[in-house]
Design a protein around this ligand. Structure first.
Ligand code: HEC
Ligand code: HEC
Ligand code: HEC
Length: 145
């Protein structure tokens, strides 16, 4: 038996025991309240955007880095690429599994993800992000060929 229970019984205070019930009821209520946004949306409304992969991407199966990393860190990766190309004129990126990529937003990322509207834009619109990169970087490398 826990110390707390002994204490409650020694005090033979029924209110304390009742209070405990209320406390638990209160806790359940507040947990429900605070997690409301999470379970309320589960299964309905506001699904993440459905991203389409190009045939080329499907064939490649993998991105430059693991998907979870790409999802969370692709902006940092692009920044590293930019620094590397512009500052160090180094344009070859070798990923941890030894695969080499030319560091280029238009010619690499958007070559494989050539469906920018259905992929990058779709997610950015969903997240309300507006990368300004495409003011300069052509988003359809196919068009310049
Ligand atoms: C004002 C125009 C401009 C904007 C805006 C811009 N860039 Fe660039 N970027 C350049 C130029 C010019 C180069 C140099 C091209 C070269 O050396 O081949 C470059 C090079 C790069 C490179 C390496 C080379 C390549 O072909 O991609 C990356 C990666 C890159 N930028 C990413 C970005 C990202 C990400 C953004 C947005 C966050 C961005 N840039 C915004 C003009 C711009
Ligand atoms: C050779 C093809 C290829 C290249 C090049 C490539 N990707 Fe990918 N990318 C993929 C594939 C395939 C997936 C999906 C992997 C999966 O389903 O797990 C993916 C996934 C992603 C995701 C995660 C999507 C999601 O489901 O959340 C992002 C973000 C992404 N890529 C951005 C980029 C950026 C930015 C670049 C350039 C730095 C790039 N990709 C270069 C093939 C490529
Ligand atoms: C799974 C969703 C998702 C996909 C797919 C995705 N992005 Fe993003 N991207 C984001 C989010 C979210 C942010 C904002 C992150 C932040 O601000 O920390 C972002 C930010 C960026 C930024 C930085 C913008 C800035 O102004 O700093 C660049 C550049 C970028 N994405 C390029 C791309 C490119 C290119 C693709 C397609 C090849 C792509 N993203 C696909 C979700 C995505």
């Amino acid at each position: 038996m826990s110390d707390k229970k002994i204490f409650l019984m020694k005090d033979k205070n029924i209110f304390l025991i009742k209070d405990k019930k209320y406390i638990i009821a209160g806790l359940v209520f507040f947990i429900a309240l605070f997690t409301f946004p999470f379970w309320y949306n589960s299964g309905k409304a506001a699904p993440g955007p459905e991203l389409k992969l190009t045939d080329k991407a499907k064939e490649a199966k993998e991105c430059v880095m693991p998907t979870a990393y790409m999802r969370a860190e692709h902006m940092q990766l692009l920044d590293i690429w930019r620094q590397s190309v512009v500052r160090n004129s180094d344009n070859i990126y070798v990923n941890p599994s030894g695969k080499a990529f030319t560091m280029s937003l238009s010619n690499t990322c958007l070559d494989c993800h050539s469906n920018k509207a259905e992929f990058c834009d779709k997610c950015h619109d969903y997240a309300s992000v507006r990368p300004y990169c495409f003011d300069c970087h052509i988003d359809k490398p196919k068009e310049i060929k």
